[in-house]
Design a protein around this ligand. Structure first.
Ligand code: ATP
Ligand code: MG
Length: 451
C-alpha cells in the first residue's frame, strides 16, 4: 500500500465514523507519520504549530483506535494498518467476488466480528510491532498445517519452533500469524534478542492487554493466567536461545532467567484456551516431551527448503543448476540469500560457473553467524565438532569416540547437545545409527576453527 492509498482508506474510514472527510492537517499528519516525520516537521510543512499538529494527531489516533478496535498510535500506525490490511486481504480471499477497494475497514471489522465468536463484545489486542513483515514466502505448507492442527484441533498450549539460524523459523511463525489473526483476541509478538527478566516481560504482556500490572511477579503471573483463561491469546516469544547460558550444553537457563523455566511449565499445567509459541535455535527440556501424545507440548523442528523460487528475482542464470546450489547449501534460506548475492556480484549471476569451482564457499555473513554459534558451545562440544570435521561422511558413535579426549559422559552429552542445537543430525545407514555435522558448518570448522 502506498501513502495515497493509505490516506484514501483512512479518509473513507473516518467519514464513516464521523460523517466528515479528512482535513488538510489530518492528511499532513498521516502522510508525515508514514514518512517517519516528527510532529515538529509535519507542523513546519503545513504551517501549523507543533502543539496544534500534536493535538490533531492525538484526536486522529483516538478516532482510528475506536473505528478499528485497535490501539493506534503514531508509533504503531503503519504496522497496525498493514496488519489490518493483511487481515482484510484474507477476508477478500475467503469471500470471492469481494472487492476490497469498495469496502471500508469498518465493514471488515464487522465481518470479522460476526464470523468469529471470540471477538464478540470484546476488544482486540494485537501487538505485532516487533514481528517482521513477510514479503516472500515459499513452501512450508506442511509446517503451516502442523501448527494449525496443534493450535486449533489439539489445543496445544506450548509449541516450539526450532532449528539452525536462518532456516526460516521467524518467517514461518509470522506467516502463520498473518494467516490466523481472526481467532485470537490477543496476539503479542515479543523478541528475547536482548533478553529481559520474566517480570518485565509480564509487565509488557499485561500492558498490551491494557491491564495495570500488580506488584509481585507471582501476582503478575496470576493476572496473565487469568487473561489466558478468559481470552484466546497467541503469544510468540522469538530468539529464546538468548536466555540460555553460552559456553555450556544447550538449553540451560541463565541464573537470572530461571523463572522462565517455571513459567513455561506452568503454561502447560494450567487449563486455559491460549497458546505460546517459542522460537529458538536451541532446544531446552520444557520445549520437548518424550510422550507428546499425552503431554501438551509440541516442537516443530525445521530443516531446509528445497524450492527454486528462493533463488528467483535475484538475477541468477543457469536455472538447471539451481537445485544443486540449493542442496549444497542445505536449503537454508539465509545461506542461499547470501550466496545468491555473491554469485550475482562475482560470477555475474552464473551459478554453473560458481558450482564448477567445486568449492563450498562460506560468505562473510555466514562466517559471522557461525562465530556466534561457536561462542555458544561448551568445550566438549567444540572438541566434538573438530572430530566431526575430520570425516567427510556420517559416522557411527564408535567411530567418533576413537582417539577423543573426552570422558564418556561429556562425549554423550555433547552429542546430544549438538543435536539440540541442530548442528548434528542423526540418520540410519545400513541398519547403523550414524551422525553428521551440518555440511556447511563442517566446512566452516575445517577452514576457520583453531580451537
Ligand atoms: N519460507 C520462506 N520463503 C521465503 N523466504 C524465506 C522463507 N523462510 C525464510 N526466508 C528468508 O530467509 C531469511 C531467514 O529467515 P528467518 O529470519 O525466518 O530465519 P530464522 O530461522 O528465524 O533465523 P534466526 O535463528 O537467525 O532468527 C529471511 O530473510 C527470510 O525472509
Ligand atoms: Mg529468527
Amino acid at each position: 500500500m502506498n501513502v495515497t492509498e493509505i490516506s484514501q482508506l483512512i479518509d473513507t474510514l473516518i467519514f464513516e465514523h464521523t460523517g466528515k472527510h479528512l482535513d488538510d492537517v489530518q492528511k499532513a499528519v498521516i502522510e508525515g507519520t508514514l514518512h517517519g516525520q516528527t510532529y515538529e516537521e509535519i507542523g513546519q510543512k503545513c504551517h501549523r504549530s507543533e502543539t496544534h499538529v500534536r493535538g490533531v494527531g492525538y484526536q486522529l489516533w483516538k478516532l482510528l483506535s475506536e473505528a478499528l478496535g485497535e490501539d493506534i498510535k503514531k508509533s504503531n500506525f503503519r504496522s497496525n494498518l498493514e496488519r489490518v490490511y493483511t487481515k482484510s486481504s484474507q477476508i477478500v480471499e475467503i469471500n470471492q467476488n469481494f472487492n476490497f477497494c469498495s469496502q471500508t475497514f469498518n465493514e471488515i471489522n464487522k465481518n470479522n466480528q460476526s464470523n468469529n465468536k471470540p471477538h464478540q463484545n470484546s476488544l482486540l489486542f494485537h501487538n505485532l510491532t516487533l514481528a517482521p513483515k513477510i514479503t516472500d514466502f515459499y513452501n512450508r505448507e506442511t509446517e503451516l498445517t502442523t501448527l494449525s492442527n496443534w493450535i486449533f484441533n489439539q489445543n496445544t498450549p506450548l509449541i516450539s519452533v526450532l532449528g539452525l539460524f536462518g532456516i526460516g523459523k521467524t518467517t514461518l511463525v509470522k506467516r502463520f500469524v498473518d494467516l490466523n489473526l481472526q481467532p485470537f483476541e490477543v496476539i503479542i509478538w515479543k523478541t528475547l534478542k536482548f533478553p529481559k527478566s520474566l517480570d518485565l516481560l509480564l509487565d509488557n504482556l499485561l500492558k498490551v492487554c491494557q491491564q495495570e500490572p500488580k506488584e509481585s511477579t507471582d501476582d503478575k503471573i496470576r493476572q496473565l493466567l487469568d487473561t489466558l483463561i478468559t481470552q484466546k491469546c497467541l503469544i510468540i516469544l522469538d530468539d529464546v536461545q538468548n536466555i540460555f547460558i553460552p559456553g555450556e550444553f544447550s538449553g540451560q537457563y541463565k541464573s537470572e532467567y530461571q523463572d522462565y523455566k517455571n513459567f513455561f511449565k506452568l503454561i502447560t499445567e494450567i487449563q486455559h484456551q491460549s497458546h505460546f509459541i517459542l522460537i529458538s535455535q536451541e532446544q531446552c527440556s520444557e520445549m520437548h516431551c518424550l510422550d507428546e501424545e499425552r503431554y501438551p507440548v509440541k516442537c516443530l523442528e525445521l530443516s531446509g527448503i528445497e524450492n527454486l523460487d528462493l533463488l528467483r528475482n535475484k538475477n541468477l542464470k543457469d536455472e538447471d543448476t539451481w537445485l544443486k546450489l540449493v542442496t549444497l547449501y542445505e536449503g537454508n534460506t539465509i545461506y542461499l540469500k547470501d550466496i545468491a548475492g555473491l554469485i550475482k556480484d562475482v560470477y555475474n549471476g552464473h551459478v554453473s560457473e560458481f558450482l564448477a569451482e567445486d568449492n563450498l564457499l562460506i560468505t562473510t555473513n555466514i562466517k559471522y553467524h557461525f562465530r556466534q554459534i561457536i561462542n555458544r558451545l561448551s568445550s566438549p562440544e567444540k572438541e566434538l565438532i573438530l572430530k566431526f570435521s575430520k570425516f567427510g561422511h556420517a559416522v557411527t558413535k564408535e567411530q567418533l569416540r576413537q582417539d577423543i579426549e573426552l570422558s564418556s559422559t561429556d562425549f554423550i552429552n555433547s552429542l546430544q547437545s549438538l543435536q539440540k542445537r541442530y548442528l548434528v543430525t542423526k540418520s540410519l545407514n545400513e541398519d547403523k545409527i550414524v551422525f553428521n555435522l551440518s555440511p556447511v558448518f563442517k566446512e566452516y570448522v575445517r577452514n576457520f576453527c583453531q580451537m
